[in-house]
Design a protein around this ligand. Structure first.
Ligand code: SF4
Length: 425
């Protein structure tokens, strides 16, 4: 039935794509008029099976027609996944693995190579799901209690630092024990020990239940009061003893500064270490993020949900005013509808190959601009037990192949990066 109504031109309608069934009828006219009258839903794209894409307005019409006439009328239309047009990626530098994480991952990799599986690790070696899964595939068993480890097995203690009684229990139970605690966490443990021995009350700013905080507080449990908010500082009792202020290394400056200010006001004369407990890696990643935040339509923070510094980065990006901030483990979790300029950073335990995979999934039209705020060349040597293990393996291997010990090439641990170690594990 032809009617004397002028319809807006709709590509695909009456042009052979839909065949004779696309001839005009009242429902088609109503649908076509609706194109100009009804707010359009633009969140999904459609395409024709001949490969032509359809404009959002036509999407709407086609889908209405599909509803009214059933699938036979427009059998050539099929839904596509949501699409994105990322113009550019702003890539933070520094990002990803810090010196402490590099050291811990390489140390556990040496354990995996040197011992028959299973090797046991007290707590996740670092807070990253992909890293932990990779080691699990290689026979590492992660435990939350040393008592779960069978007697006589090799044990590694994680980078977050362990309570003194955990270290002692591991040494009593394990055949070979390596403590991969980050030296910066060891520094805080040392400060706790010294201040407690001098009779100080330690006000420790840290997250409730975080492994680093639990391990640090266990160094002097009777001398520490943990806080993480201004309100908790206000609720502390008056102390007769002198007071000291220490911190979890992976706090953001924002998390730290207002609580520290409240503590200083509440306890004049508060002792603080000359060098801040907040670690350089946390600070650098946050500064790099702040350098790009106001240029981004969306920001991706790569890292796991239990990573303190990853969560601090995501929070910081939101506080900086970015409305679309996503924490993702990897490319499979990247939202499909990102547009414009997308910022990318990674927490200190996120591997660099995952960063590359995320950027590849964004496929930015105008490429990647790296925004570097500083060069980070800190390096932490392997734990002493790993150095001794490597030296023994090196000597055995040299003699085994008939070489001479004086001429054997040195092992340059610094030149080996943890991302490569994980990929070749
Ligand atoms: S984030 Fe800082 S404290 Fe934590 S492992 Fe890395 S360097 Fe050490």
């Amino acid at each position: 039935m032809a009617l004397g109504v002028h319809l807006p031109h709709i590509p695909g309608f009456g042009e052979g794509v839909h065949g004779d069934q696309a001839s005009l009828d009242p429902i088609r006219i109503a649908v076509a008029l609706a194109v100009t009258l009804v707010p359009l839903h633009r969140s999904r794209k459609f395409r024709l099976t001949n490969g032509d894409s359809i404009e959002p307005e036509v999407d709407w019409v086609c889908r209405q027609a599909q509803v009214v006439h059933g699938p036979n009328l427009v059998p050539t239309i099929e839904a596509m996944p949501e699409t994105q047009t990322v113009d550019k990626v702003l890539l933070c530098a520094p990002r990803g693995f810090c010196a402490g994480v590099e050291m811990a991952i390489k140390a556990l990799a040496w354990m995996v190579r040197a011992f028959e599986p299973p090797v046991y690790c007290y707590h996740e070696i670092v807070h990253n799901k992909l890293v932990v899964d990779r080691f699990r595939e290689r026979g590492v068993v992660f435990v939350d209690e040393i008592s779960e480890v069978p007697e006589g097995r090799p044990i590694m203690l994680s980078a977050h630092g362990s309570a003194p009684e955990v270290v002692a229990a591991a040494k009593a139970r394990g055949s070979y024990v390596v403590n991969a605690v980050c030296p910066l966490v060891t520094k805080v443990h040392h400060e706790v020990k010294v201040r407690a021995s001098k009779g100080y009350r330690i006000i420790y700013v840290g997250h409730d239940g975080h492994e680093e905080a639990v391990g640090t507080m266990a160094v002097a449990p009777n001398a520490i009061s943990r806080v993480e908010s201004v309100e908790e500082v206000a609720a502390l009792p008056d102390f007769d003893e002198p007071t000291a202020l220490l911190a979890q290394t992976t706090l953001s400056h924002r998390e730290w500064s207002e609580v520290a200010d409240a503590a200083k006001e509440r306890f004049p004369g508060l002792w603080q270490p000359t060098n801040s407990d907040l670690c350089f890696a946390t600070t650098n990643r946050q500064s790099a993020l702040m350098a790009i935040a106001d240029r981004c339509d969306a920001i991706l923070v790569i890292g796991s949900a239990n990573s303190s510094n990853t969560n601090a980065l995501a929070k910081l990006a939101s506080e900086a005013g970015c409305e679309r901030v996503y924490r993702v483990n990897g490319p499979e979790e990247v939202p499909g509808n990102l547009v414009g300029t997308v910022g990318v950073t990674a927490g200190a335990s996120a591997p660099d190959d995952v960063v590359s995979a995320v950027i590849a999934s964004l496929d930015p039209t105008h490429g990647v601009e790296e925004v570097r705020i500083t060069d980070e060349d800190e390096y932490f040597a392997p734990p002493r037990d790993i150095r001794e293990l490597l030296a023994a393996l090196d000597i055995a291997a040299t003699i085994g192949v008939g070489g001479t010990l004086v001429d054997r090439p040195a092992l340059h641990d610094r030149r080996i990066n943890a991302t490569d170690v994980l990929l070749t594990l």
